[in-house]
Write a protein that binds this ligand. Structure first.
Ligand code: ADP
Length: 398
């Protein structure tokens, strides 16, 4: 069974074609600048050279058509015809309370996705465009929606209701949703496999640390709590997002600086985080470099980031009444030896001790704790596309 995984942004489209008999990637690629001058498709067939196709890609329908043409092309294709694609899996950012797992897309589901737009006005509309474009080009091919929020739907009310008047939840569905769910689920499952256990026997803390970062407490395969909230702004300090702050700072700043709602939104989403603290960059490689050169604010940004992650780990150990495994994933979590070491420093009291030699690795699935560490610590490279392909296969049942 061959599954096409599609992840649509407003002006981009990422794709991977999987052969689910062995979960191998046959081809992957990226369409950029959809609807903007200079649009381009970069197509990478497995084991062959990358091809760059410049074309006028006005919308997502044209983008999908070009992707399928690339997949079946005589020159750089990997399948003989479009009919070989058995199903399409789509990443959808927000499923609100309507979806607690991946679903086969039907007209009723499409209606529900439309209703979720107000929760994710920047993300859900392009996801819907991608689904419509595939349905148009491949009528009759089953399509599955996999949500960033779904895995977190197991949280209990005490974890997801905010300390606001209850009407905020009843009237506007304001609550903690959590994001990166596909990644948290993938790494929690992978760690269980690495430990030779079933996910239902474990208490795991999954740390997805990238440009956007979140952390989740996964007990017996279910999310107990997660750091992102109503939007992906809450929780950890991120590349450009502030994470947890005293909410009273926002009206204070708006008054002091004469900021509009849009200004403050931009300030906390785009200008804050480690970029705002360091004044150097939102990219941790740049910040680590600057800190090594003696930049104090860069070092401060790294210290704040690690301290916040450590505090969340501690609180999630308390929430679950213990922890068996802590796992690091995503760009920073998989690659930054020093950040992992810094986060884990001081957590030895939990029985979590990392081994400096084992930790000295980038992007490999492995245990990094010392032999005999009561709490095991792992790196697991995330693979949201594979998780989407697996769910799509499961739902389409071929
Ligand atoms: P997202 O998917 O949220 O855009 P990623 O998971 O790709 O982000 O992570 C991007 C972040 O990971 C960047 O801040 C980048 O600096 C960081 N990163 C990637 N490689 C390294 C590395 N070798 N050392 C430190 N940070 C790294």
């Amino acid at each position: 069974m061959k599954v096409l995984v599609v992840n649509c942004g407003s002006s981009s489209l990422k794709y991977q074609l999987f052969d689910m008999t062995d979960e191998s990637v046959l081809a992957k690629g990226l369409v950029e600048r959809i609807g903007i001058d200079g649009s381009v498709l970069t197509h990478q067939p497995a084991g062959k050279d990358k091809t760059v196709i410049n074309a006028d890609i006005k919308n997502h329908s044209i983008a999908i058509k070009l992707v399928v043409e690339a997949l079946i092309s005589a020159e750089h294709g990997v399948i003989a015809s479009m009919q070989e694609i058995s199903a399409v899996g789509h990443r959808v950012v927000h499923g609100a309370e309507k979806f607690a797992s991946s679903v086969l897309i039907t007209p009723t589901v499409m209606q529900a996705l439309e209703e979720c737009i107000e929760m994710a006005p920047l993300h859900n509309p392009p996801n819907i465009l991608g689904i419509n474009a595939c349905a148009e080009l491949m009528p009759g091919v089953p399509q599955v929606s996999v949500f960033d929020t779904a895995f977190h739907q197991t949280m209990s009310k005490k974890a997801y209701i905010y300390g606001l008047p209850y009407e905020a939840y009843e009237k506007h569905r304001i609550r903690r949703y959590g994001f990166h769910g596909t990644s948290h689920q993938f790494v929690a499952q992978s760690v269980a496999e690495l430990m030779g256990k079933d996910i239902t026997e474990l208490k795991t803390i999954t740390c997805h640390l990238g440009n956007g970062s979140s952390i989740a407490a996964v007990q017996n395969g279910k999310v107990v709590d997660t750091s992102m909230g109503f939007t992906p702004l809450e929780g950890l300090v991120m590349g450009t997002r502030c994470g947890d702050v005293d909410p009273a700072i926002l009206p204070f700043l708006m008054k002091k600086e004469g900021m509009s709602v849009e200004d403050i939104d931009n300030y906390i989403n785009k200008k804050s985080g480690v970029l705002g603290i360091s004044g150097v960059s939102s990219d941790f490689r740049d910040i680590e470099g600057a800190a090594e050169d003696g930049n104090e604010r860069a070092q401060l940004a790294l210290d704040i980031f690690a301290y916040r992650v450590r505090k969340y780990i501690g609180s999630y150990v308390a929430a679950m009444g213990g922890v068996d495994a802590i796992v690091f994933t995503a760009g920073l979590g998989e690659n930054s030896v020093s950040m992992r070491a810094s986060i884990m420093e001081g957590l030895e009291f939990l029985g979590a001790e990392i081994c400096p030699e084992r930790n000295n690795v980038r992007g490999k699935a492995r245990e990094i704790s010392v032999d005999g560490s009561k709490v095991k610590v792992f790196i697991v490279p995330t693979n949201e596309e594979l998780m989407i392909a697996r769910d799509t296969k499961l739902i389409c049942g071929k």
